[in-house]
Design a protein around this ligand. Structure first.
Ligand code: GLU
Length: 552
């Protein structure tokens, strides 16, 4: 067979060679040991939390080695695509402060020297490589129709073939003569380009996955489709061409691709390329509430599968990243303890410390991480973040919250910036309810009064307190006054004393302040009450005490 002639027949317009591509996309000029990774989503417009997990891995690996992480859009499967599925994905990453060094930057925009970074714009590159494979006798056109392929499957079933697919004796087009090919082309028959595998059923290959270690699998024997009948590459072929010419060193991708590695290695070798390192990441799982079993996070059943969920509910980006890093690298938490104030992105990420079994995404844990992260933020930062969140998701709250920024910042600052800040807020959508009593008049629910303080007692406490409240008192003086009020209402000023003889008292100083807290806020648990009342202002606070007293 004259392969050169066949190549020209199949790709008459391709004039470039692999050498030209090698020159166009030379090896990257990076320091020794630098790793080049890529995140390669299909533009479905949906960013799964597993995607953030993968992208964060890419970015951390590149960062830790002073390498490059780039974003490539894999749009060869038109069925999965929506018009502008790219912007939603990029917006999702933006919301969590994740940025790639190179690649697609928006709908139709990109940066970097190894592009285009969108597969649908790389057809000529795939065709150069495809043509060179034909020239080497390593690829051939296949004219089998859908019906013929169905027949082939049926035949394999009838034969009880252990391996199914287009290979060996079943590969009808593998050995067509030039005359047959010419005739088929002349008749306008559509064709796909197939790989001519030289694999053998009895051979096995081994490769090293950086998470899973040494893996052994049967060699590929399938004559895989490289180009579909419209000239668009399959995932397998595009992966090989792109990761070679974009000079990827580490292919981080979901474990569902693990079984395709033998195919990919065969293709890399046939093309004459060096095989990249593989990192197949475990799936993100959750505990099913009903069954108690671990299962894959589902786009359909679990709102938290979508990155938009975290944006809408208002988890700060630092919290999500912090939490994902604890899932990604088992030693992250130790590092964090040793470096409490460091930027999480400076964590020396180690691929080999990644888990190879499905990792559990636990919203409760994320909540705890988030409370901790928020508790260490400055009030000004919290104010800005809440305002930005509310602007988009709760305009009514936004209006009252931003009417007096100094006031809103001050109330967010209560019990903050001390060695043990309160951990009340996990996400911004909790803030409107959390701060509600600062903006709306509370209602005292008598059922919340301490057990042995009657309504009449509470009324007397509030009336007396309204009379004597002095906003200039500091915290100690404030509490001293509450203690001083206690005996008049049958309460013990000291809790310790009270505990010695609880029967002798109606309550203690804490119960008196609970009554005041209920009147001021409607709640039994708030940040420092003295400051809350001071920030409400004497007029408003006293009005609340009196209103509560008269309602009792
Ligand atoms: N486009 C592929 C997917 O969305 C990416 C796999 C890969 O990273 O190679 O599954």
């Amino acid at each position: 067979m004259d392969y050169q002639k066949l190549a020209n027949l199949l790709f008459p317009d391709v004039t470039e060679t692999q050498d030209d591509l090698e020159k166009r996309f030379p090896p990257r000029d990076l320091p020794e040991g630098a790793r080049v990774t890529r995140f390669a989503p299909s533009p479905t417009g949906f960013l799964h939390i597993g995607g953030v997990f993968g992208a964060l891995t890419d970015i951390m690996i590149a960062r830790a080695s002073k390498g490059v992480a780039y974003l490539r859009i894999e749009d060869t499967d038109k069925k999965r695509e929506i018009d502008d599925g790219v912007s939603a994905i990029i917006a999702g990453f933006d919301a969590f402060g994740l940025h790639f060094d190179e690649g697609v930057t928006g709908f139709g925009t990109e940066q970097g020297d190894y592009g285009p970074y969108t597969q649908s714009r790389r057809k000529e590159i795939y065709h150069v490589v495809a043509k060179s494979l034909v020239e080497k006798g390593m690829a051939y056109p296949c004219f089998c129709t859908a019906e013929e392929l169905t027949k082939l499957r049926e035949q394999q079933e009838a034969d009880g073939a252990l391996i199914r697919g287009y290979f060996g004796k079943y590969a009808r087009c593998r050995d067509l003569t030039m005359e047959q090919i010419e005739a088929n082309l002349a008749a306008g028959k559509s064709w796909v380009l197939r790989f001519r595998s030289d694999g053998s059923e009895d051979r096995r290959i081994t490769f090293d996955d950086l998470i899973r270690g040494k893996i052994e699998m049967p060699e590929n024997i399938i004559d895989e489709v490289l180009l579909k009948s419209d000239g668009i590459p399959t995932y397998h072929f595009a992966h090989v061409c792109d990761d070679h010419f974009m000079r990827t060193t580490h292919v981080v991708r979901a474990e569902e691709w693990l079984s395709s590695v033998p195919k990919h290695i065969a293709l890399f070798k046939a093309c004459g390329y060096r095989v990249p390192k593989y990192v197949h990441t475990a799936q993100v799982m959750k505990l099913d509430e009903q069954t108690g079993d671990k299962r894959k996070l589902s786009k359909r059943k679990d709102p938290e599968a979508a990155v938009s969920y975290f944006v809408e509910t208002g988890f700060p980006r630092e919290a999500l990243i912090e939490y994902l890093l604890t899932l990604l690298n088992s030693n992250f938490e130790d590092w964090r303890r040793a470096n409490p104030n460091a930027d999480a992105m400076d964590f020396p990420f180690n691929v080999r410390k990644m888990s190879n079994s499905g990792c559990l995404f636990d919203l409760q844990k994320l909540n705890d991480v988030s409370k901790n992260v928020i508790s260490h933020m400055k009030a000004e930062t919290v104010y800005e973040r809440v305002a930005a969140w509310a602007k988009q998701y709760d305009p009514e709250f936004h209006a009252i919250f931003t009417a007096d920024p100094a006031f809103s910042t001050a109330i967010l600052n209560i019990d903050r910036e001390n060695p043990k800040p309160r951990k009340d807020i996990a996400r911004w959508d909790e803030v409107p309810a959390y701060l509600d009593y600062f903006f709306h008049e509370p209602v005292l629910d008598p059922a919340l009064l301490p057990a042995r303080i009657s309504r009449a007692d509470a009324k007397a406490i509030l009336t007396a307190y309204a009379d004597s409240y002095d906003p200039s008192e500091d915290k100690d003086a404030w509490f001293a006054r509450i203690k001083a009020m206690c005996p008049a209402f049958g309460c013990c000023p000291e809790v310790r004393e009270y505990k010695k003889n609880p029967e002798g008292w109606k309550g203690h100083a804490g119960d008196v302040s609970t009554v005041i807290r209920l009147a001021a806020t409607g709640r039994t648990n708030t940040p420092d009450l003295c400051t809350v009342i001071r920030l409400l202002g004497r007029e408003k606070a006293v009005a609340r005490f009196l209103a509560a007293a008269s309602a009792l």
